[in-house]
Design a protein around this ligand. Structure first.
Ligand code: HEM
Length: 143
């Protein structure tokens, strides 16, 4: 499903709202670890540092929706690095659910079904490209 310009704007606005809430990312990791306890052992860097990188990545991805020819290789490289971090394709569902949970909780009254649809579409797009690349990499590695 293609992400529309209106959805891109909703994504940008909601991410900007989240960025200014310092506790939001702590809540995200707490939710991720609750949904998938084994992920607690995956993170080696300071969570605050990782949070910054995650937010910057989301900003770049949302902006990159206008240039799929650049976005796809960016996500493929991100996927390759995630294999090195020990992430598996099964981790994307709890990750996406934790992200949606935190957005909804933090955006409060401004959160709407349209926000949910836009974020579900974005998370699906990212997960589809990253998971395909991870599968491809794993298949290549065993040959
Ligand atoms: C929406 C999908 C995701 C995005 C945009 C994303 C983004 C990022 C970024 C930007 C980094 C910084 C390092 C780098 O650029 O390679 C990173 C690292 C990492 N991510 Fe993700 N990620 C995603 C999904 C996941 C999932 C599903 C997991 C598993 C629970 C995960 C776990 C990690 C880990 C363990 C690191 C390394 C952190 C460390 O060094 O401590 N990520 N991620």
């Amino acid at each position: 499903m293609a992400i529309t310009r209106a959805q891109q704007q909703l994504l940008q606005q909601s991410l900007e709202q989240l960025i200014v809430i310092p506790a939001a990312l702590d809540d995200f990791y707490a939710a991720l670890i609750e949904f998938a306890p084994h992920t607690a052992t995956l993170f080696s860097t300071e969570r605050t540092q990782h949070s910054q990188r995650l937010l910057i990545a989301f900003q770049a991805i949302i902006k990159g929706l206008e240039q799929p020819e650049k976005l796809v290789p960016l996500l493929q490289r991100l996927a390759q690095r995630h294999l090195d971090y020990g992430v598996t394709t099964a981790d994307f569902t709890p990750f996406g659910n934790a992200w949606l949970y935190v957005l909804k909780a933090q955006l409060g009254d401004t959160w709407s079904p349209a926000h949910r649809d836009a974020w579900v579409a974005l998370l699906r797009l990212i997960a589809t490209v990253m998971k395909q690349q991870m599968q491809k990499q794993l298949t290549t590695d065993v040959q």
